[in-house]
Design a protein around this ligand. Structure first.
Ligand SMILES: Cc1cc2nc3c(=O)[nH]c(=O)nc-3n(C[C@H](O)[C@H](O)[C@H](O)COP(=O)(O)OP(=O)(O)OC[C@H]3O[C@@H](n4cnc5c(N)ncnc54)[C@H](O)[C@@H]3O)c2cc1C
Length: 429
């Protein structure tokens, strides 16, 4: 019988195995499956690597995920924290909450936009063309600079080109104080009733284990082809299969697979961000009943702050205390990467106090998780380099699917859309 070896037990590897007809062996380095979609606990409350909400424009995937596990349907309440004010997300749909001078500038430069007719060549030009100078310079440019740790003028338009131009009437109405809803496909989202996002991962792991073995704690030392077979050498013995499918980050795959110099150069040029997830259990906070706050202020170390209580009663302490999560991205070779975890945590707390969100004396507990591969950076050469590396794998007959296996900004719904499509193609052949 045919069998496939799947490298990496994140949601890509697990969902693919559950969709494939053939027998699969999943090889996962960590003791627990799930990768970026794993959940952890702080003082009994489950948390993810940045709250992982379930949403999708793909109805099939959305239905699959909301039927696989019990979920709550939740209405978004996200805010941008700008000059000490709460501006409802997305920014352009709530201009009326800005200070009067900023509101008037953002509206005028949206309506009288000299960049409107240019073909944008990078992310910054796209923002200027679509939103005008006021909205771009007040929010989009500083916020994006902060999350990517990369100048938006050196990033391409692949990620933003699908953002629709907001209707003029909505932006005008928002400036006169009538806030409207934007990005309506994310207005409602779903979240596991309990157990965090890991619940979805575990549901896939259970289906995958029926199709074959899910091996954890695996250390792969080499990958080679012998005749028609792929042979993967591990600390757990040799694994053979007719197909090899990569679901782990490309940078990790090529540490254990021989490759030519041109692939090594393209891989080196593929840039990514890492992330510290700082979770804080605090007696009380002053951010109200909001889920996520976006912080464009360059002086504050985190770009997003989430309040996990918003996700349902299983994410709340009986004593009314709060679980907050601050996200701090960094480029692996940057100054921030050298900061130790204690200093990161102290800075997060002092920034929360400076913003008047909490009092330092109320902090009950804090813990930090760091993920090396968090966000793909769409620098101007991303497409060229990603295509070179993926083209090489295709020549070898190796499929590569998943966020860092394709080197694309894919959320779990995008990952599962791709694993479904791949499984259908392989099952049909
Ligand atoms: C901060 C943040 C917030 C996010 N929020 C959302 C959200 O709200 N909603 C949403 O849908 N998505 C969200 N995502 C995206 C989501 O996490 C990813 O799309 C998804 O988890 C990627 O799954 P994957 O299987 O492709 O990759 P990964 O999860 O990275 O899995 C790769 C696996 O390969 C394993 N591996 C690595 N090296 C080796 C090796 N040498 N040998 C064996 N195994 C190896 C890893 O341990 C890992 O388990 C978010 C991501 C981040 C970083």
């Amino acid at each position: 019988m045919n069998s496939a070896i799947i490298l990496g037990g994140g949601i890509a590897g697990l969902s693919l195995a559950s969709f494939l007809d053939e027998r699969c062996t999943i090889l996962e380095r960590n003791e627990v499956v799930g990768g970026l979609s794993r959940s952890y606990k702080i003082n009994g409350i489950d948390y993810d690597i940045g709250p992982h909400i379930i949403f999708s424009k793909n109805e099939e995937v959305l239905r699959l995920h909301t039927e696989m596990i019990p979920t709550s349907k939740i209405r978004r309440s996200n805010q941008i924290f700008y000059k000490g004010r709460y501006i409802k997300y997305p920014f352009e749909n709530d201009l009326g909450s800005l200070p009067a001078e900023d509101r008037d500038r953002c509206l005028q430069e949206f309506l009288e936009n000299p960049y409107e007719n240019y073909e944008p060549k990078n992310m910054l030009q796209f923002f200027l063309k679509t939103f005008g100078e006021g909205i771009t310079q007040s929010y989009l440019q500083p916020y994006n600079q902060k999350i990517w740790k990369f100048d938006p003028s050196c990033m391409d338009t692949q990620m933003v080109e699908r953002i629709p131009k907001p209707p003029k009437e909505d932006v005008i109405a928002s400036a006169s104080g009538v806030a409207t809803e934007g990005y309506t496909h994310q207005l409602y989202f779903y979240y596991p009733v309990s157990g965090g996002f890991q619940t979805l991962v575990d549901a896939y792991a259970e289906k995958a284990s029926i199709k074959g073995a899910v091996k954890t704690g695996i250390n792969i030392s080499s990958i080679n082809k012998e005749g028609e077979d792929w042979v993967v050498c591990t600390n757990n013995g040799e694994i053979r299969g007719q197909k090899l499918i990569n679901c782990m980050p490309l940078h990790e795959l090529f540490k254990i697979m021989p490759h030519p110099d041109y692939v090594a150069s393209a891989l080196k040029a593929l840039l990514y961000n890492s992330i510290h997830i700082v979770t804080i259990h605090v007696k009380s906070d002053r951010i109200g009943d909001h889920f996520a706050l976006y912080i464009p202020d360059q002086d504050i170390i985190f770009h997003r702050l989430s309040k996990l209580n918003f996700l349902g009663e299983k994410y709340c302490h009986a004593d009314g205390s709060t679980t907050l999560m601050a996200e701090v991205t960094f480029r692996p070779d940057s100054y921030l990467a050298k900061m130790n975890i204690k200093d990161i945590e102290n800075t997060v707390i002092s920034d929360l106090v400076r913003l008047n969100f909490i009092s330092a004396k109320d902090v009950l507990d804090i813990e930090t998780r760091t993920e090396k591969y968090a966000y793909v950076i769409y620098d101007l050469d991303h497409r060229k380099n990603a295509d070179l590396v993926l083209g090489y794998l295709r020549e070898l007959g190796i499929e590569s699917v998943g966020r860092f296996a394709e080197f694309e900004y894919l959320n779990t719904d995008g990952v599962v859309e791709h694993t479904l499509a791949l499984a259908r193609r392989l099952n049909a052949s």
